[in-house]
Design a protein around this ligand. Structure first.
Ligand code: 5GP
Ligand code: MG
Length: 379
């Protein structure tokens, strides 16, 4: 078994050598053989593609009772479901009506996939459905469905090899590898959000922070302006909406952020400013980062009393000679809008344990020292 391997853009280290897998497959095949020794009928071995292709092959050649073979894929999730209604079994060519089916899976994690498939096969008329999985993560498996045959239990970490992929790669490895947490800790990009009411100095602080920590500042406003100036298709879409006086939809903003993430794989991290503004955007950001095995590490919230915000906005409007913006009711309204919009996003991040409040009063340097101290915990 090789030492550390690179699959696409991440390092993995040896976890289960092929010889151990073989032994575990021997043992599970023996149990199935025992249970089906005197079985009246011919069960169907059902391989769940793509992940269990290698496991099914190894298992089948050890089974010594008459059996048929078929394979399926499951359509991915469309919307939310718990019953499996919106998922489909793809490629089921043989009839399973009245038959005993032995489902062969590579890995059971939360158990969503296997419980959906189990229900769908019974719906399709199977008389009995047995489950055989090469691997199980018992810490995360929360379903009541009985897993009849489990070859091996593993901890709750991400693995590749022996049929299992990372972004479609790594399936052809004979041994199983696990994500290298040591390199991950050092190399994983960090993501920070900076929150604060208008006038809190987010932009100023973000500019100083990127200098000090070697991060990239992502302001959605700047991104939009840049895409429009470069005449990209995203930029053109955004421009036509802005020209019509409409809001740029989440999808467009998220598309820009995804491309910003992908264009800068070598930076230490990002500071997001002005995004996410809604819980839906926060969920999408999480999904985008999770797809890259990353996360929001901390939300830095600059705390300023409303009275100070009021004075700062009025002062700024006076300097810039924007008469309308000096009207107290307009300023109050802006402050109320800010709270109303950000409150749900703040509670979302509080729920994730990443929300950090920082006293935003004082000189730029005083605030910078406080924010820096928090960031140093992560970098
Ligand atoms: P579940 O529906 O049980 O949460 O997830 C099952 C599916 O998630 C598997 O069929 C597999 O595609 C994927 N999966 C879960 N854990 C891992 C893992 O550690 N490595 C890989 N490569 N895929 C996994
Ligand atoms: Mg699978």
């Amino acid at each position: 078994m090789e030492g550390r391997i690179l699959v696409k853009d991440r390092y993995f280290v040896p976890y289960i050598p092929y010889e151990r897998l073989e032994k575990a497959i021997d043992a599970v095949a023996e149990r199935i053989n025992h249970d089906f020794k005197n079985f009246d009928g011919t069960p169907i071995i059902l391989c769940v593609l793509n992940g269990s292709i290698l496991f099914t092959g190894e298992l089948m050649k050890r089974l010594n009772f008459p059996c048929e073979f078929t394979s399926v894929r499951l359509s991915s999730y469309e919307g939310t479901l718990s019953t499996g209604v919106t998922r489909k079994v793809l490629g089921l060519t043989s009839s399973i009506k009245g038959r005993t089916v032995i489902v062969v899976e590579d890995i059971v994690d939360t158990g969503k996939t296997i419980t959906d498939l189990h229900a769908l096969l019974l719906d399709a008329g199977a008389a009995d459905v047995k489950i055989c999985t090469m691997l199980l993560k018992p810490e995360v498996y929360k379903k009541d469905l009985k897993l009849d045959y489990v070859a091996m239990e593993i901890e709750n970490r991400f693995i590749v090899g022996f049929g299992l992929d990372y972004d479609q790669l790594g399936r052809n490895s004979k041994d199983i590898y696990i994500l290298d947490s040591k390199t991950e800790e050092k190399t994983a990009m960090k993501h920070f959000l900076i929150f604060g009411p208008p006038g809190a100095g987010k932009g100023t602080q973000a500019a100083k922070l990127i200098d000090r920590f070697g991060l990239r500042h992502v302001s959605t406003g700047d991104l939009l302006r840049r895409e429009i100036a470069a005449g990209t298709s995203l930029g053109l879409q955004a421009k036509s909406l802005i020209d019509k006086g409409e809001l740029v939809p989440d999808k467009v903003v998220e598309g820009m952020i995804a491309s910003e993430l992908d264009q800068h794989p070598d930076v230490k991290g990002f500071i997001f400013d002005g995004f996410p503004r809604t819980t839906a955007q926060a969920e999408h950001l999480d999904a985008m980062l999770a797809a890259r095995c990353q996360q929001v590490d901390a939300v830095l919230s600059l705390m300023i009393p409303d009275e100070t915000v009021f004075e700062r906005i009025r002062h700024r409007a006076e300097i810039e000679n924007r008469v309308d913006d000096t009207k107290p009711e307009i300023i109050r309204n802006r402050i109320a809008t800010y709270h109303g919009k950000t409150e749900p996003v703040i509670s979302y991040y509080k729920g994730k344990g990443v929300y950090r409040e920082i006293d935003g009063l004082g000189s730029i340097d005083e605030v910078f020292d406080r924010v820096s101290a928090v960031m140093e915990e992560y970098l």
